[in-house]
Design a protein around this ligand. Sequence first.
Ligand code: DGL
Length: 261
Amino acid sequence: MIGIFDSGIGGLTVVKALMEHLSGYDIIYFGDTARTPYGTKSSETVKKYALENTEFLLSKGAKIIVIACNTASSVATESVVENFDIPIFEVITPAVELSINTSHKLCIGIIGTRATVKSGIYEKKIKEMNTQSRIYSKACPLLVPLVEEGWLKKPETKMIVKKYLHPLKVRQIDTLILGCTHYPLLKNIIQKKIGKKVNVIDSSIAVASNVKAFLEKHQEVDALLSKKGRCSFFVSDVTEQFKKTATSMLRRDIHLEHVKI
Ligand code: DGL
């Protein structure tokens, strides 16, 4: 099974992308709905949660782990990799690689939670790959609650997106990384506000193609993964909102299992 975890609901964008890229692979998802959001917490706390989430998914039979949460990917990947001897994927590197490979001006914008932006991880990785790049980042703390409320097309959301993107727009970025699980759900508004010439990078798609490429190359790992098209969803707190959003995002009936972490 492919194990995926997120602070809550947003990681379902990664589940969706994985289902499209690796159809038939069994997936086990854990959404830490009781302890969400991660984006406002300290890195120590997020690291602790990430280790517990990984432990849980392994206990359920996951053979590889995808850290779908950008915040956890930013601050906790190293700890997870150090503590578990299995392939671990995070969402930052694939998005950075894609942005470097497709950007013409190497003028790259990043939006994410406060914790992700504060970690400076995108800047660090982009600079490691290309020292010439100019990078501008902006924390957008209001976007997660707006998405969770289902305010995907409200005028208020459009206005807030516009305000957040303004400093990146004036820098004339040519590439924008959506550095948060929730932002792909606002992709249309974001694209409109940043301008249609800007290449908007969805890290959920980037990580899914990265996992696919890895499994094609590492047949021994691929052989460990069951492929019966099953998908199970665990959450640390069962909420109606999760059920509703999960069902509409994945366009299938979702059975949620409660787990105490
Ligand atoms: N999953 C988080 C991320 O991608 C967003 C929600 C949260 O703050 O927990 O950064």
